[in-house]
Design a protein around this ligand. Structure first.
Ligand SMILES: [Zn+2]
Length: 230
């Protein structure tokens, strides 16, 4: 018998049809599923094609694209997809990060909290809006604080599931900072839950990733204490 509800086994998910999965959100792998030819087409060609297709979608829905208010929408949506809200799909847009020596020999955790992020649910293409709290313990190198915000924003600007987004940010920070001692918490509202479906406007989704020293109860507790909302 096939399992309903939250499925964590990707093999099980692959065996299900879209009708069987229904409206549930199912996590897949931690890599964003991209085609091998994802970046062979230029941004300009992509925008032109999306514009054409989006005009078609609006027309199918019965909208009059000759109306002054609507005629610019397909072009606007295409530009927004490629240059803004999904620009994090392209590895060329990853922020350039410079490492600095930890001159002050600060060996405690550094916490950057309440980082605002906007992402998009890849199952419904509507926004996920939330706050990220990120911490690391330097292994000898540090990065500029704003770069942590930029890494969060880069991975957010993709069609996402929150579990994958959390792990992608943590993995990037581990690699960049050359340390396993990284923690990420993401607390977000999903408009696919708030504005449609069950229409619950107050529920939030929290995901967390702890590695290295952050797996130790005392270290994790200190991080959670720092991120506590007052
Ligand atoms: Zn959704």
């Amino acid at each position: 018998m096939k399992q309903k509800g939250t499925l964590l086994n990707t093999q099980l998910i692959k065996d299900l049809t879209i009708e069987e999965i229904g409206d549930d959100h199912v996590p897949g792998s931690y890599e964003t599923p991209l085609r091998s030819d994802a970046f062979e087409m230029s941004d300009e060609v992509k925008m032109q094609l999306i514009e054409n297709h989006f005009r078609e979608i609006m027309t199918i829905m019965g909208m009059d694209l000759n109306d002054d208010s609507l005629k610019g929408t397909p072009k606007r949506v295409a530009k927004m997809f490629i240059k803004e809200v999904f620009s994090g799909l392209n590895p060329e847009n990853r922020p350039k990060i410079k490492l600095f020596d930890n001159k002050f020999k600060y060996n405690e955790m550094l916490v950057e909290k309440d980082i605002t992020f906007y992402s998009y649910c890849e199952h419904h293409f509507v926004p996920i809006i939330g706050k990220a709290h990120v911490a690391y313990i330097s292994s000898g190198k540090v990065i500029g604080l704003s770069k942590i915000n930029r890494i969060v924003q880069y991975y957010s600007k993709r069609p996402q599931v929150q579990e994958r987004l959390t792990v992608q940010i943590a993995n990037d920070l581990k690699e960049t900072l050359e340390t396993e001692d990284v923690a990420v918490i993401m607390d977000a509202s999903h408009l696919c839950v708030a504005s449609r479906g069950v229409s619950d406007t107050s529920s939030r989704t929290v995901t967390a990733h702890y590695s290295g020293k952050f797996k130790l109860e005392a270290v994790k507790a200190e991080f959670l204490n720092h991120t506590k909302q007052v």
